[in-house]
Design a protein around this ligand. Structure first.
Ligand SMILES: Nc1ncnc2[nH]cnc12
Ligand SMILES: [Zn+2]
Length: 334
C-alpha cells in the first residue's frame, strides 16, 4: 500500500479520462472534436496553461447531469484511494458549468452524492472547494458565490483558478471578503505562471491559508522567508508543471530545493487525466526524478495532512498523521 496522503490540489473536471468522456458524450448526445480516445490523448500536448485550459473547458461539455458528476467523482475517488489518498479536498469550477446551462445545484448535488459515500466506498474523507475563474469578471465570481449560498453546507472553501497572467488576485478582494464573512476557507492559485507579487497579493489581499502551486515564489527570497516563517503550505503539482512547461523536465523541478528551504510543500495531481498521473504517480515520479528518500517522502505526506482543512473532524487528522509516522517505505510505489 502506498504512503497515506491527502490530496489538496485536484480539479474534479481534470479527472475526466478519455474513456469516460466518450461514454458521457454518447449518453448525452454531445459531439467531441476527436474520433476516439487515442486521438484525444494525442491532443494532450500542451505548450502552456492556456493551451491546456482550451481543451479542458471544451471537454467539460460532456458533463450535463447530476449523475455525470457523481460518476466522475466516484471514478476519481476509486483511483485516488488505490494510490494511498485518505483525504481529498476537491476543486470544482461552477462558472464553467453554469455558462453551459448546468446549474450550481446539479453540480453540487452530483458531486455531493459521490462524496457522501466516499468514506464508506473508498475509505476517503473529502471536502469540496469552489473555484472562481480569474479570467472572468469579479462580478461573475460574486454572482457565483451568491448562487452557492443554498449549498454552503457542502462547501468548505473557495479557490481561484484558470488563466493567471494578467488576472491578479486583487481583482477578487470583495469576493474573498464575502467568502470569509460566510465562514469559508480560502485558497488561490498563484505563482504557477504569474509573478511572485501574485503570491503576496493572495496572502495579503485575499487572506489565503494555502497557495496553490506557488512555484515562482522562489524568485523572491523575502517571500520564501515569509512563507517559511508563517508556515503557509504550497500545493505543488510536479507532473502538471512539466506538462504545462512551468519546468523543463521533472529532474529540474525545485521541490527538493523548496523542502530544503523549509517550505511546507505538498505533492498533488492538479488534473491527473491530462497530466499523466494521480497523487501516488506524482509521488513516485518525484521520488525517481529527484532521488527523494523515505524521510523526504514522509515529510511530504505529513505536510499534506497538516495543510488540510481537517481540523474540525474528530481526530481524523491525528489518526492519518499517526499512519504516516508508522509507514515503512519499501522499494515500491509511494
Ligand atoms: N493548473 C491549473 N491552473 C489554473 N487553472 C486550472 N484549472 C484547472 N487546472 C488548472
Ligand atoms: Zn490547479
Amino acid at each position: 500500500m502506498p504512503v497515506p496522503k491527502a490530496e489538496l490540489h485536484l480539479h474534479i473536471e481534470g479527472t475526466l479520462e478519455p474513456e469516460l468522456a466518450f461514454a458521457l458524450a454518447e449518453r448525452n448526445g454531445v459531439p467531441l472534436p476527436c474520433a476516439d480516445t487515442a486521438a484525444l490523448r494525442e491532443a494532450y500536448r500542451f505548450s502552456d496553461l492556456q493551451s491546456f485550459l482550451d481543451l479542458y473547458y471544451g471537454l467539460m461539455a460532456v458533463l450535463r447531469t447530476a449523475d455525470d458528476f457523481t460518476e466522475l467523482a466516484d471514478a476519481y475517488l476509486a483511483r485516488a484511494a488505490e494510490q494511498g489518498v485518505r483525504h481529498a479536498e476537491i476543486f470544482f469550477d461552477p462558472q464553467a458549468h453554469i455558462a453551459r446551462g448546468v446549474p450550481m445545484g446539479v453540480v453540487v448535488e452530483g458531486l455531493g452524492a459521490a462524496l457522501d459515500r466516499a468514506e464508506e466506498r473508498h475509505g476517503v474523507s473529502t471536502r469540496l472547494i469552489m473555484c472562481f475563474l480569474r479570467d472572468e469578471p469579479a462580478a461573475s465570481a460574486m454572482a457565483t458565490l451568491e448562487a452557492a449560498k443554498p449549498y454552503l453546507g457542502r462547501i468548505t472553501g473557495v479557490g481561484l483558478d484558470s488563466a493567471e497572467v494578467g488576472h491578479p488576485p486583487v481583482t477578487f478582494r470583495e469576493v474573498y471578503e464575502e467568502a470569509a464573512r460566510l465562514g469559508l476557507r480560502r485558497v488561490a492559485h498563484a505563482g504557477e505562471e504569474g509573478p511572485p507579487e501574485y503570491v503576496r497579493e493572495a496572502l495579503d489581499v485575499l487572506g489565503v491559508e494555502r497557495v496553490d502551486h506557488g512555484l515562482r515564489c522562489l524568485e523572491d527570497p523575502s517571500l520564501v522567508e515569509r512563507l517559511v516563517r508563517e508556515r503557509v503550505p504550497l500545493t505543488l503539482c510536479p507532473l502538471s508543471n512539466v506538462r504545462l512547461r512551468a519546468v523543463d523536465v521533472l529532474e529540474a523541478h525545485p521541490l527538493r530545493t523548496m523542502l530544503d528551504a523549509g517550505l511546507v510543500a505538498t505533492v498533488n495531481s492538479d488534473d491527473p487525466a491530462y497530466f499523466g498521473g494521480y497523487a501516488g504517480d506524482n509521488f513516485d515520479a518525484v521520488r525517481a526524478a529527484l532521488g527523494l528518500g523515505p524521510e523526504e517522502l514522509r515529510t511530504l505526506a505529513r505536510n499534506s495532512f497538516l495543510a488540510s482543512f481537517l481540523e474540525d473532524d474528530e481526530g481524523r487528522r491525528e489518526r492519518y498523521l499517526a499512519e504516516v509516522e508508522a509507514y515503512e517505505f519499501g522499494a515500491a510505489g509511494a
